[in-house]
Ligand binder design. Sequence first.
Ligand code: PA5
Length: 404
Amino acid sequence: MIKVNIEGTLNFIDESELRGTGTARDFNMSADTGWVNLPKSTENLAEIKEVAGKIRGESEALVVIGIGGSYLGARAAIEFIKNTPDSTDIYFAGNNVSGEYLKWIIDRIGSRDFSVNVVSKSGSTIETAIALRFFKELLLTRYGQAGLKRRLYITTDAGSPLYEMAAREGYRCLEMPPGVGGRYSVLTAVGLLPCAVAGIDIDEMMLGAREEMETGRDNAALYASSRQALYREGKKIEILASFEPVFKSMGEWWKQLFGESEGKAGRGIFPAYADYTADLHSLGQYIQEGERTLIETFVTFDRPRVELDIPGGPIHDDKIGALAGLDLGEINRAASEAVKKAHIDGGVPVIELHAPGLTAASFGALVYFFQRSCAISATISGVYPFDQPGVEAYKKNLYAILGL
Ligand code: PA5
């Protein structure tokens, strides 16, 4: 279960606000809340594992083409959990329109066998469509028509243009379940297929999410209502921070989840991410002494995956001799305590979230926790969490400039 500690916010808000009228324990169920019960519906997992097995059997690399909610969750999971050197390499394309980046992926694949999973709920996103053209050509050139059909997998909504293309051209298609928006879709084939191909135990991930679903409701509400209480006190920016670099992509996923769900109608906490201790040497000065509009949310882990003791021995002529033999996990914990105290003293409220470890179950729990908190938080703020009308503005301009 994800634990929430709000002691570090109590100098900044009145605790009664968290129990009073500003607090919501939940959000309205709607046609867009299909994600709420996903951890209970595991019937699609067999198909996902079967497809993943086929991809692993004939490919050394998988290219996942998608943008926003169609790739951020899978990338986050793979970086957070993956520690098996023998798994298939996953590359993420179609999340920009840079030729430099696309060429880097094509070069990295080189002569290795590969498959492609194109992921798009709408089936009509321009970045995705452009990258797909390149990889279709590549598959066709390398494997011929039959190989293209066999190695291209599509994840999309039933009835979307991609779905129709899959039916027309004969690609294997995994349907997204109804009522699950892009940024709430990690626990569907969108996130689970790339994870399974990368060798991650998706059953364990779903179990973690399920446990969180069953036991984590009050904690999600506490995180949501604390951040909204702080927002009402003028705290406009939330920095999610972790002391584990493998959490960085999860920070990107979190930014999208909260940014697209809450940033509407002239409202919303701006979501940022910081990677500690690295960013203490870049953003640390601002956080300590800059404009006092910040909230900081630390994500820490009970059990580090790796234990490494600081070396002793006579060759070390430095000033940290007293640390010899200490596990780095201890130092990381000390760093988080030190930063928390400094930032609270400097006027930044700190919320602490504790997850069990860097495991698939812990990832599933965090995903569910954040999705629920986000829906509650947006609801407290008075905006609808499950749409993103503002994303259309740049697309309209781009289509006009490109003459589409
Ligand atoms: O959360 C969302 O719905 C969006 O961020 C989408 O995931 C993103 O725009 C990509 O859309 P699609 O999956 O339709 O290609």
